[in-house]
Design a protein around this ligand. Structure first.
Ligand code: NAD
Length: 254
């Protein structure tokens, strides 16, 4: 008997990285999964690789989370094809790092649209179902960058904004049986951090090693580290936890 037997989770940006890690963990624990990502083929391929429990299903859905019509259609498909929705993980994300004087309006707008507007649109489309059934879990990916990060004023603003989003939505939706929480990861091995290494012209392994040395637990994180925390926060064991941001960062910010 898994903690997620009979549950349906929609996870944005789950074609790879942290989102895929969360999808795999919830699938292992019994959930049916909708992988929502930009590219239909990548989303379907990821859905096909999930370790599903008996009777559970996984589908890939192509949607840009910053587009209202696409989001509404994606959530409608989740409910129609998987029989409902119980968990939403707002994980889709992008970075457009640069120092302020070089940051373009597009760099700013894209990061705000995907993280802030994306989380808003996905939560709005899902809460209709959550409130009607008096049950739901919303988990959003923040970041240690929320606390301040050179070259990331756009990303840092969005990630701290999502902590406010989580607190406010926790207040609004708590009376309707909906828990709203966030995870703020530190450095997690993924295409996002490998891309940052490439931009800085540093070898990816070296980049991880340097960061591990500065981290109290002396290692960088993996998608599985985030997935373990996500599996707790979206489960019924965390039903008295809401409005929180849990830092999963090996103590990096301390
Ligand atoms: P990643 O780049 O490996 O994966 C991001 C996924 O989001 C990709 O599959 C991408 O196609 C998808 N995506 C991007 N824009 C989208 C859009 N508009 N609509 C739908 N899907 C979209 O990144 P990751 O490292 O797995 O990061 C996942 C989340 O965790 C992000 O929100 C990121 O900001 C956050 N995070 C990552 C780290 C880290 O160290 N990797 C640390 C803190 C927070």
């Amino acid at each position: 008997m898994g903690r997620y037997d009979g549950r349906v989770a929609a996870i944005t940006g789950a074609a790879r990285g942290i989102g895929f890690g969360i999808a795999a963990r919830l699938a292992e624990e019994g959930a049916s999964i909708a992988v929502v990502d930009l590219n239909a083929a990548a989303a379907a391929e990821a859905a096909g690789r999930l370790p599903l429990a008996k009777g559970a299903k996984a589908i890939g859905i192509a949607a840009d989370v910053s587009q209202g019509a696409a989001v509404d259609a994606a959530v409608a498909r989740v409910v129609e094809e998987l029989g409902g929705i119980h968990v939403l993980v707002n994980n889709a994300g992008v970075t457009r790092d640069s120092l302020l004087h070089k940051m373009t309006e597009d760099d700013w707008d894209l990061v705000m649209s995907v993280h802030l507007k994306g989380a808003f649109l996905m939560a709005r489309a899902s809460q209709r179902h959550f409130v009607a059934q008096r049950y739901g879990k919303i988990l959003t990916l923040s970041s240690t960058s929320a606390l301040g990060s050179r070259g990331q004023v756009n990303y840092s603003t969005a990630k701290m904004g999502l902590q406010g989003f989580t607190r406010s939505l926790g207040i609004e939706l708590g009376p309707f049986g909906v828990n709203v929480n966030a995870i703020a990861p530190g450095f997690i091995i993924s295409e996002m951090t490998d891309g940052a290494a490439r931009r800085l012209n540093v070898d990816a392994e070296e980049f991880r090693r340097t960061r591990a040395e500065k981290t109290p637990v002396r290692r960088v994180g993996t998608p599985e580290d985030v997935a373990a925390a996500a599996a707790f926060l979206c489960s019924d064991e965390a039903s008295y936890v809401t409005g929180q941001t849990l830092y999963v960062d090996g103590g990096f910010r301390l």
